[in-house]
Write a protein that binds this ligand. Structure first.
Ligand code: CLF
Ligand code: SF4
Length: 491
């Protein structure tokens, strides 16, 4: 089999060259899902999540998803949505996608699959509700699964119409469904959903919220009973549903949800939503972290969600959607499954190496008694420190101590270096973005920005360029706290 892989137009051959391609110059990066690996779950569950960038935090370093905006109709009204934009339950608010017919969508998926070997998942997350606009969702999945049987199918829904389609979902081998459940309390629900449309009638207030909640719980039970992995999304709305999210997390875990994704409300008067116009604010990062911390011991939390667009393409955190708009697609598209197979072989070997290196570094670090250290990383995928500081639009933040390296969150900032020139305003924004994070690991940085970052109290280190993330972070922790230990890597 020809082991030739194309990464965004760059042709590379084999494993070493692919590593170099991921390591070189370049741009966007990302991260998201359960932090667990194959040792933590049943083999059949691991088989479902290992290539899904949202359901496995590890997979998001290697695999891409794409969304197609085929389902514009919706059956409820959320106060953070005004229907001019994509469904805000699993999309960045204020974004409008190019709407496609199922045939156009299938053409687009085949074209992307031929160009992006990292592609492993097709998701339908709007622009309305994928289960309510079922005919178009199903037609798209049917067309794609016939042509690309190795691509996993994934959908997102508010849950109201979903119980009517569980048999078809299972028959189509859809292994991953996201349900948005914002509250267990219909009184609270009435403050989020002014109305729902069910069985030909509109129901408002508490009556509507009661119907919606019952159908969401029914959806969760039915999907779990049929072996479908369910991720629950909750939009955190301070002063409205925040107090109930810990109990919600506990309940969805007890019902068998695989992941819980607590997303911040993004509210802006310019979006024209009820919450935007009435000044309802979203949570601060500290409020979101506090709720996540209080959910410890409940359902696994997803912390790498990027609140994608309903037409997102690429690794999480990178958006290649504009490369694949309808006007840029060829009329006749053909797939190249060998490229994806070669890429997956490479990923399997990389994962083994990375796990072995992480385990060895952890053994060395667990003797170090020191407070946890926060470390930001510049990466554009592959689980390595492979991005120039000036090209990072996003920093992945990890915490390390003697118990290991844990992904905490991502923080976004405009990239510092534009056209080879650093922008001081952007650097100031990067420094604000990295508040509370004293160290950044990157592939390269110029001396001038390094000095400015140091003056702001942030050390930027490029000595671990191209290394795997976790072993490098462990080594840094050990070096800082046991510098005389000759076993530690030096920076
Ligand atoms: Fe899309 Fe959602 Fe499937 Fe992922 S996204 S339908 S589960 S393939 Fe992922 Fe995007 Fe977050 Fe969604 S980062 S918004 S969680
Ligand atoms: Fe908007 Fe999605 Fe809510 Fe429907 S379910 S009103 S599309 S946010």
């Amino acid at each position: 089999m020809a082991n030739i892989i194309s990464l965004g137009g760059l042709q590379v051959a084999g494993r070493e060259d692919l590593g170099k391609a991921l390591a070189g110059g370049g741009c966007a990066s990302s991260s998201c899902g359960s932090a667990e690996g194959p040792a933590d779950m049943a083999p059949e569950t691991w088989a479902k999540v290992k290539d899904h960038p949202c359901y496995s935090e590890e997979a998001h370093h290697y695999f891409a998803r794409m969304h197609v905006a085929v389902a514009p109709a919706c059956n409820i009204q959320c106060n953070y949505c005004n229907r001019k934009y994509d469904c805000a339950n699993e999309s960045r608010p204020g974004v409008v996608s190019e709407r496609l017919t199922p045939e156009q969508a299938a053409r687009k998926v085949i074209a992307v699959a031929a160009e992006v070997p990292q592609l492993s998942v097709l998701g339908i997350a709007g622009p309305g509700d994928a289960a309510y606009d079922w005919r178009k969702t199903k037609a798209t999945f049917d067309l794609v699964s016939r042509r690309l049987p190795d691509i996993k199918l994934c959908l997102s829904s508010n849950g109201l119409a979903l119980p009517d389609h569980v048999d078809e979902i299972v028959a189509m081998n859809v292994d991953h469904v996201t349900l948005t459940i914002n509250t267990l309390d219909p009184e609270v629900g009435a403050r989020i959903y002014p109305w729902v449309f069910h069985r030909g009638r509109r129901h408002s207030g508490v009556e509507g919220a009661t119907i919606l909640l019952a159908r969401q719980m029914q959806s969760l039970d039915m999907l779990v009973a049929r072996g479908v992995l369910v991720k629950v999304n909750s939009v955190m709305i301070p002063g409205i549903n925040d107090a109930g999210l810990i109990e919600l997390n506990r309940v969805v875990k007890a019902k068998g949800a695989f992941l819980h994704n607590i997303m911040p409300l993004i509210s802006d008067p310019a979006h024209g939503t009820q919450f935007g116009l009435t000044g309802q604010r979203g949570p601060t990062a500290a409020e979101l972290r506090a709720v996540q911390a209080a959910c410890s011991g409940g359902a696994n939390l997803m912390k790498h969600c990027r609140q994608c667009r309903a037409d997102a393409v690429g690794l999480l955190g990178e958006d290649r959607g504009q490369e694949f708009t309808l006007d840029k697609l060829p009329e006749v598209v053909s797939d190249d499954p060998e490229k994806r197979a070669a890429y997956r072989d490479w990923v399997a070997r990389e994962r083994e190496d990375r796990r072995a290196a992480t385990a060895a570094a952890q053994v060395a670090a667990e003797v170090v008694e020191a407070p946890p250290l926060m470390v930001a990383v510049c990466t554009k995928g592959g689980g390595r420190i492979n991005q120039h500081f000036g090209h990072a639009t996003e920093f992945q933040v990890y915490e390390v101590d003697r118990n290991g390296v844990r992904f905490v969150t991502h923080r976004r900032a405009d990239n510092y270096c534009v056209g080879g020139h650093g922008d001081d305003d952007t650097l100031a924004e990067v420094i604000r973005t990295l508040d509370g994070v004293p160290v950044v690991l990157c592939a390269r940085i110029g001396e001038a920005p390094r000095a400015k970052m140091a003056a702001a109290g942030i050390e930027v280190i490029d000595a671990y360029a191209q290394d795997y993330l976790e072993p490098a972070i462990s080594a840094l922790f050990r070096l800082r706290n046991a510098p005389s230990d000759t076993g530690a890597l030096s920076a």
